[in-house]
Design a protein around this ligand. Structure first.
Ligand SMILES: Cc1ncc(COP(=O)(O)OP(=O)(O)O)c(N)n1
Ligand SMILES: Cc1nc(C(=O)O)sc1CCOP(=O)(O)O
Ligand SMILES: [Mg+2]
Length: 208
């Protein structure tokens, strides 16, 4: 599957009380993917919020993915992003079907990415490339892993994550990244207009 563009990820603290309006502003600026990332265990709220995001994504023709939770993704007929400890990819692919977008966290390891692709991942994610205020404990990755991944995973979309902003994203794209996954560098803006401007500017970096 060809996937390229801005990949926005929600953050329940950062977007408290303004999630839908900030997400809609980002969709207005252009999103390829949106990930609903909520680490709470409030299942009813998670379902409600994910449904609302799905309606928005449908209106703007963007794809929604759920972080960590293949069951919720199956319930909503959307994609899922799974980390190395979030459960295996093969059953998730069987559950969600051949067309679903499934992402896999591969940190800085090409071998994990090759394995993920074999097990049914649609895209592979590397990071974190820069210090992340959203996930300060994320393990660092060197930029060179993107070049290596580009050379070895020819037709697989490469996602990059971790501390990405408009000021540091260009080298990631130049090295071969297809998807820029961003929380704070997009939703840390203090107005919806600024979210839309940032989304457009991220997309401009990717239109090479
Ligand atoms: C696009 C993307 N890449 C990486 C991650 C991180 O996933 P994971 O390692 O499972 O960590 P959590 O996000 O679950 O804390 C991601 N969510 N999205
Ligand atoms: C959820 C997540 N995973 C990461 C990883 O390296 O696997 S970094 C990260 C946080 C991304 O948010 P921000 O754009 O604000 O840094
Ligand atoms: Mg996870």
């Amino acid at each position: 599957m060809k996937l390229r563009g801005l990949y926005a990820i929600t953050d329940s603290q950062l977007l408290a009380g303004k999630c839908l309006k900030y997400v809609e502003a980002a969709l207005d600026g252009g999103l390829t993917l949106l990930q609903y990332r909520d680490k709470s265990t409030d299942e009813a709220r998670r379902l409600r919020e994910a449904e609302a995001l799905k309606h928005l994504c449908d209106r703007y023709k963007a794809h929604l993915l759920i972080n960590d939770d293949a069951e919720l993704a199956a319930r909503l007929d959307v994609g899922v992003h799974l980390g190395q400890t979030d459960g295996p990819l093969t059953p998730a692919r069987a559950l969600l079907g051949p067309k679903a977008i499934i992402g896999s966290t591969c940190h800085d390891q090409i071998e994990l990415a090759e394995q993920a692709v074999k097990e049914g991942a649609t895209y592979v994610a590397f990071g974190r490339f820069f210090t992340s205020s959203t996930k300060p404990g994320a393990a660092p990755a060197a930029l060179d892993v993107i070049n290596q991944a580009r050379a070895r995973l020819v037709n697989v979309p490469i996602c990059v994550i971790g501390g990405i902003t408009l000021d540091n994203a260009a080298p990631l794209v130049e090295r071969g990244a297809d998807l820029l996954a961003v929380v704070h560098g997009l939703f840390g803006a203090d107005s919806t207009q600024e979210v839309t401007r940032r989304a457009r500017a991220f997309n401009a970096l990717l239109s090479i």
